[in-house]
Each structure stands twice: as C-alpha cells, then as structure tokens.
Design a protein. Structure first.
Length: 82
C-alpha cells in the first residue's frame, strides 16, 4: 500500500485549515486526472493476514422489546380524543 503525500491528498485539507469547497477538494490532485500518472496496479497475493480480514463473519442478533405496564396517564389517554 502506498501513502499519498499530504500535498497530493485532498482529504488533508480540513486538518490544514483549507476549504472543502475548493476545486482541489472536489476534483482531486492533478495526477488523478491523468491516467498515465497513476501508480502501477500491483498484483497482490493473499497472505495469512489478508485471509483473516477476508473471512466471512456471521453474527446473530436477538432483540426483544417488552411493553411496559400502562400507568394512569396511558389509561386516561385511551378514553380521551385529542
């Protein structure tokens, strides 16, 4: 993985006091507009660390909601039309 130098990284604008309304923020660095200046796309091979990240994790969530007992105000509201 390569790191984009701060001068070529528009996401650093906010931390440097720049405006996110600028053309640089919306368009990106100049090299991004010219495909010939893009970095090579390396062929990656899996590693034990990448296999762990790629592993599918399934989780089960069980949610229940109980209805609280009615109090005097609930009973009063049932008998009135608002």
């Amino acid at each position: 993985m390569e790191i984009c130098a701060h001068r070529g990284n528009p996401t650093d604008l906010g931390s440097r006091g720049g405006s996110v309304q600028s053309a640089y923020w919306q368009r990106g660095p100049e090299w991004l507009l010219n495909k010939s200046k893009w970095p090579d796309n390396p062929v990656t091979q899996s590693s034990p660390a990448s296999e762990v990240e790629a592993k599918i994790i399934r989780e089960v969530l069980n949610l229940t909601q109980t209805k609280p007992d009615k109090d005097e105000f609930d009973k009063l509201l049932e008998h009135t039309n608002l």
